[in-house]
Design a binder for this molecule. Sequence first.
Ligand code: GDP
Length: 176
Amino acid sequence: MQVPWNFRIGIVILGDSAVGKSSLLHRYTEGSFDDSRQSPLGIDFKVHYLEFDPRIVIKLLLWDTAGQERFRSISKSYMRNSVGCVLVFDVSQRQTFERVRKWHQEVVDYVQPNPMIFILVGHKCDLTAQREVQKEEGVALAKRLNMETYLEVSSKDNVNVNETFETLTRGIYEHF
Ligand code: GDP
């Protein structure tokens, strides 16, 4: 389907393995969640049109990585064409939160001197009983790393999924 659009924006989705990156992309672009889905090997790419207001349609080019350790060099080549990053951790796995700084630094180092606009996602917020990272910690880290904002998201329960991409896109739109 050809949709007339005014701007084109590249966004990468990064974070540790199994934090739910591909489920997030699937929920956003296909509108569904499937617990038995296999995460794609390598790179997944989706196009999504976001209507900002009746006059502005933004074409989002969304890149999802899997098996980052193995595919690190590929991930880097498409990062160059992106201006936004959804950095995802799993609120029920503390070590994924602790690696956020490392992901952030790696991206910043790679794209510099160009800017990258980040949003931090605490994913799987439906897992309330298994929570290992508190909301305040996510808020504080996003602030410290100068990110657009922090959102608690569940692809399973469809919480804050659209908001993630809309907030990031708005941040990018206002920045450039
Ligand atoms: P990726 O490796 O980061 O792309 O992660 P996947 O999208 O493959 O998800 C890893 C696992 O987390 C899968 O079993 C998903 O079903 C599960 N998962 C993904 N999103 C959510 C969520 O919002 N809530 C819960 N409870 N599980 C999720």
